[in-house]
Design a protein around this ligand. Structure first.
Ligand SMILES: [Zn+2]
Length: 285
């Protein structure tokens, strides 16, 4: 969602596997007879897939014309997840009088960074999807679909909440089994790990999950509605939990640090918290 940081994006492109030569192919629109089984006009997978949402509320177009080697993956692995989860995300983030956009367009092509969302258009890096098609690719696009559902008013939504909510949906609702933002992940962040409620992405996702569990079970729905309606201010936290966001953040931080001993060495290859958050900020996840 955020602008891409060129240096970090270049680094990322170099760090992940090299994406092969992209061959331009003509788009073939496929009209599916049933979800996830688009009619083919040739033996090769169609590079433009039109996928109905699982609840019939709309459709998702996936354009792999710039990355045809990903068409089969997009059709059989990515599309079923996105079509199933878009209605779920919309149900998790409702507000009065609001309907999530019915049409989403996802293009997988050669870009710097990982992915970004503008309105109802998602653009994902072909090289990222290729290297992470059995790893993080699908989850990162679930995150991007949250941005399509959010549709927050410009200037009224703090970035840490926008990204924290997107990662909350991803890591705590879509793939909690991956432990990508919970205590398991935090215990792997190395000795400099020091959580901040407004640390964005996974860290804020963890704070939101904790605040919802311990202080207000409707918090996610309520904060989303205020953000979308342009009503959100820091007073939200006092009104709904009786504490300021700073007080909540301090309470949460004490709890985390009590369970993640400072000075603990990473057991996951040494990826540091600060490095990861900086990277996520830079690449616009
Ligand atoms: Zn994002």
């Amino acid at each position: 969602m955020l602008p891409l940081h060129t240096n970090a994006a270049r680094w990322l492109r170099g760090a992940i596997s090299i994406f092969g030569l992209l061959l331009a192919t003509p788009c073939v629109r496929a009209q599916p007879d049933q979800p996830f089984s688009p009619t083919q006009t040739s033996a090769a997978p169609a590079p433009l897939l039109v996928i109905p949402m699982a609840d019939g509320s709309g459709s998702l177009v996936i354009d792999t014309s710039a990355a045809p080697q990903l068409t089969d993956w997009a059709q059989h692995e990515l599309a079923p997840v996105l079509a199933a989860w878009y209605p779920k995300i919309a149900a998790l983030l409702p507000s009065a009088g609001y309907s999530a956009p019915a049409q989403i367009h996802l293009a997988i092509k050669r870009i710097d960074g990982v992915a970004y969302t503008s309105g109802t258009d998602i653009v994902a890096s072909a090289s990222w999807c290729l290297s992470q098609k059995h790893g993080e690719a699908i989850g990162s696009l679930v995150h991007e679909m949250v941005h399509v559902v959010q549709q927050y008013r410009q200037g009224h939504a703090p970035g840490w909440l926008v990204e924290g909510l997107a990662d909350y949906i991803r890591w705590f609702r879509y793939e909690p089994q991956s432990h990508g933002a919970d205590l398991v992940w935090m215990r792997h962040q190395g000795k400099n790990f020091s959580p901040r409620y407004d640390g964005s992405y996974r860290v804020s996702a963890n704070f939101l999950d904790w605040a919802a569990v311990h202080h207000d079970t409707n918090l996610i729905t309520e904060v989303n509605a205020d953000l979308r309606d342009g009503k959100y201010t820091d007073d939200f936290w006092k009104q709904h939990t009786g504490k300021t966001v700073q007080e909540l953040g301090a309470e949460w931080k004490r709890l985390i640090e009590g369970q993640v001993p400072r000075g603990q060495k990473s057991t996951s290859g040494g990826i540091s918290y600060s490095w990861l958050v900086q990277l996520e900020d830079a690449i616009g996840l």
